[in-house]
Design a protein around this ligand. Structure first.
Ligand SMILES: Cc1cc2nc3c(=O)[nH]c(=O)nc-3n(C[C@H](O)[C@H](O)[C@H](O)COP(=O)(O)OP(=O)(O)OC[C@H]3O[C@@H](n4cnc5c(N)ncnc54)[C@H](O)[C@@H]3O)c2cc1C
Ligand SMILES: *[C@@H]1O[C@H](CO)[C@@H](O)[C@H](O)[C@H]1NC(C)=O
Length: 399
């Protein structure tokens, strides 16, 4: 087990899925730490499905920048080309770099999947559910085509299966009258989905029950976190601020508009169309309705839902997933959701850093830039942060 000096305090900036998972992991893995405080401007809010409850009507609206409240959220793996693959050598060095990022994310995602599935079984009240994942691709990349039924796709025991050409033909025939594109690759596997409101509140509750502290404060810089926890001794700060303290030129936000409906679907299903658009359904466990998605709009700063986008999303869901509802008017719409994915070129930054604050060195561990994958990478990322915090603290204690 990693150790930390008992005179040290940890301050985590950010109460999104990355900050909260990190808080719970540090608490468990570094029991000697003096205190852990989560400082954030926004904390988990209840689901809009319970809008008539007094707690909700008193809650402040959440901003589009608090990505964790706007995610689906499901786990949909992104396969990578291993360095041993015959095609790997012909990739440009930039493409190889991207493949190694995906390989790294694959490790984080499968580690996370093991924990999420365990939580789904052991603590269903946490809002995670194991469920079939289905994908229809119109232009599959070589990484997908290389996969065979029985391969590990989403993690151990995922029952991964590639559709036969006869199955795809039947789907394409079914869709033909809509002028829909052709499915060229499809698969099915076991995955998990998350009710983001319930899950993040559950993480926060675990943390508080374990003795964690919180402070609500908007910071203009990472260093201001010290003012929120004035009693902190030899603090280590963990930067899980998503995009809220944005000065990293590698960050781009990607707008996502989805529709939350009360209708409950039975699987998480994604169609990737040839024109680059996506259509997906992500059921939210414990009666949280279904997310009908979704757009991916780079650097689009509109935070309101666009009615035209809602219409397109609902129409596509009817067209592509005909066993859900038979017409857009049959959807019982709760609201449009608009959130911003904290995307970062090169992937998440999980790194030790040292800032100068009033002439004093302030250790900071960064953990931001999860893009559209924050939930699926969360436990793996938290584990790496924990390693860095533990290693830093051991070094300090030897000086
Ligand atoms: C439409 C959509 C669909 C998505 N679907 C999925 C999915 O299916 N699966 C998946 O894994 N991921 C999905 N994501 C991505 C996921 O939501 C993000 O990757 C994840 O939420 C990032 O979490 P985070 O903790 O890094 O940041 P955030 O959730 O943005 O949290 C940031 C925290 O930092 C605090 N903060 C920021 N700045 C300051 C400041 N200056 N002062 C004080 N506090 C501050 C905020 O208040 C907040 O508490 C989706 C995202 C969107 C938008
Ligand atoms: C902290 O996180 C933000 C993203 O919100 C990033 O842009 C910034 O570079 C990080 N570091 C500091 C010192 O704020």
């Amino acid at each position: 087990m990693a150790s930390i000096s008992s005179s040290q305090d940890v301050i985590i900036v950010g109460s999104g899925v990355i900050g909260l998972t990190t808080a719970c992991t540090l608490q468990r893995r570094l029991p000697n730490v003096r205190s852990i405080t989560v400082v954030a401007s926004e904390f988990p809010s209840p689901s809009p499905m319970i809008a008539d409850s007094p707690r909700y009507s008193q809650a402040l609206p959440i901003s589009a920048d608090y990505a964790s409240m706007w995610a689906g959220a499901h786990y949909r793996p992104i396969p990578h080309l291993p360095a041993s693959h015959p095609r790997y050598g012909s990739l440009t060095s930039q493409q190889q770099g991207f493949q190694s990022q995906l390989a790294n994310e694959y490790c984080l995602a499968t580690h996370t999947a093991r924990i999420m599935k365990h939580l789904a079984r052991a603590t269903p009240e946490a809002g995670i559910e194991i469920m079939p994942g289905i994908e229809y691709l119109e232009t599959p990349p070589p990484e997908n085509i290389a996969l065979k039924s029985g391969d590990v796709y989403a993690g151990d025991d995922d029952h991964f299966r590639v559709y036969t050409s006869a199955e795809m033909e039947a789907l394409n025939k079914r869709d033909a009258h809509d002028g829909t594109g052709q499915i060229k690759w499809a698969c099915e596997y076991e995955t998990y989905v998350v009710n983001v409101h319930i899950y993040c509140a559950w993480l926060l509750q675990q943390f508080l029950q374990g003795g964690g502290k919180t402070a609500q404060k908007h910071l203009n810089s990472i260093g201001e976190a010290l003012q929120a926890v004035p009693e902190a001794a030899c603090p280590i700060i963990v930067n899980c601020s998503g995009t809220g303290l944005w000065d990293d030129p590698k960050i781009k936000v990607i707008r996502g508009q989805t529709v939350l409906v009360r209708n409950q679907y039975h699987s998480t299903i994604t169609r990737q169309c040839a024109d680059g658009t996506w259509s997906f359904l992500i059921p939210r466990p414990l009666g949280g309705g279904t997310i009908v998605g979704g757009t991916k709009q780079v650097s689009d700063s509109e935070t309101c839902g666009r009615p035209k986008e809602r219409q397109t999303l609902l129409e596509n869901a009817v067209k592509y997933f005909p066993d859900f509802v038979s017409a857009p008017k049959d959807f019982d719409v709760v609201q449009d959701n608009v959130g911003r994915r904290p995307w970062r070129e090169g992937g998440m930054r999980i790194e030790m850093d040292e800032l100068k604050q009033d002439g004093v060195k302030l250790p900071v561990v960064h953990a931001y830039g999860a893009g559209g994958r924050g939930y699926e990478l969360s436990w793996g990322a938290a584990e790496q942060v924990c390693e860095l915090v533990g290693r830093y603290s051991r070094l300090q204690s030897r000086l």
